[in-house]
Design a protein around this ligand. Structure first.
Ligand code: ATR
Length: 273
């Protein structure tokens, strides 16, 4: 019998998840059906329960439901607990188990696919919203020398730095404080690129960076990546690799089989410059 999975979000028309999971299933010989569901903003829980009761075995969760899905879960794995959000659910009888693969997806993309070690690196992360929260713990597990969080609303970055302090060396600051610092890897985790805006990071903070990474995907050369390119950063990446890698982690969790990500990433990658 074909096993059912889905991604739920609102809006959901842009999602690449059915294509990614469809490729994984084909390549690994798994008999699954993976669909996109536009969740109701008022009745998200009803939509999840309806899918589950119709025999669904798991769901990916995307904006704006990652916190609601977390609240709905009956069990939360540590990464979801620490992020306070989930992007993947597994259904087993009455159990709704929540995990979060965004951070491990990003870490795998940076280290395995792009070839940059996080251990000992000086990292700058822009933003302190939901996207960043999910990503930080797996970073810290790789033991960077330093992780600096810069956010427009500085208090959000300092609250997050305080929460994460037990897991590594994390500092917070305002964008204005960045002019004297040097970093190896700079990640834009703000939602500015979705509005074609540039977070007010000074170009000088990018000058020594070897990698500039945009968490958003499919937006081409965003204002942040353009700034990095003009500052001479040799490697630019968007979040397509992270998207495929987090999908692969969910696939392993659900199916017990690891799909190859390379071909899917190559197919989806749009050259940035
Ligand atoms: P997401 O789930 O995408 O992370 P979010 O939780 O609303 O969305 O967080 C958006 C992040 O992008 C925040 O860090 C926000 O900064 P504030 O906390 O100061 O609001 C940041 N952001 C959005 N637009 C921005 C812009 N134009 N310049 C700088 N930061 C921006």
């Amino acid at each position: 019998m074909t096993d059912k999975y889905a991604v739920i979000g609102n809006p959901i028309g842009h999602t690449k998840s059915p294509m990614i999971h469809g490729s994984f299933a084909k390549d690994t010989g798994q008999d699954i059906d993976y669909v996109a569901i536009e969740g109701s903003l008022e009745h998200f829980a009803d939509d999840v329960h309806a899918f589950r009761k119709a025999g669904g075995l798991g769901m990916n969760v995307t904006a704006p439901f990652k916190l609601q899905a977390f609240a709905l879960a009956t069990e939360r794995l540590e990464r979801a607990e620490l992020a306070g959000a989930t992007n993947a659910l597994k259904f087993e009888g009455d159990r709704i188990i929540a995990d979060n693969f965004d951070g491990v997806g990003l870490t795998n993309d940076i280290q395995r696919n792009l070839g940059f070690a996080l251990k000992g690196a000086r990292m700058l992360v822009l933003g302190a919203g939901g996207a960043v929260r999910g990503a930080l713990l797996p970073f810290l597990a790789q033991q960077p020398e330093l992780l600096v969080l810069a956010n427009r609303t500085e208090s959000k970055a300092s609250d997050l730095a305080t929460q994460l302090g037990a897991h590594g060396r994390v500092h917070s600051c305002s964008y204005g404080d960045l002019a004297r610092e040097r970093f190896d890897i700079v990640i834009n985790g703000t939602s500015a690129s979705l509005k074609a805006e540039l977070p007010p990071v000074p170009a000088v903070a990018l000058r020594n960076a070897k990698l500039a990474y945009e968490l958003a995907y499919g937006k081409g050369l965003t204002p942040f990546l353009r700034l990095a390119h003009n500052a001479g950063v040799p490697k630019l990446a968007d979040g397509v690799g992270m998207l495929v890698e987090q999908a692969a982690e969910a696939f392993v969790w659900w199916r017990g089989v690891r799909p190859d990500t390379r071909a899917v990433i190559d197919r989806m990658t749009i050259p940035l410059v």
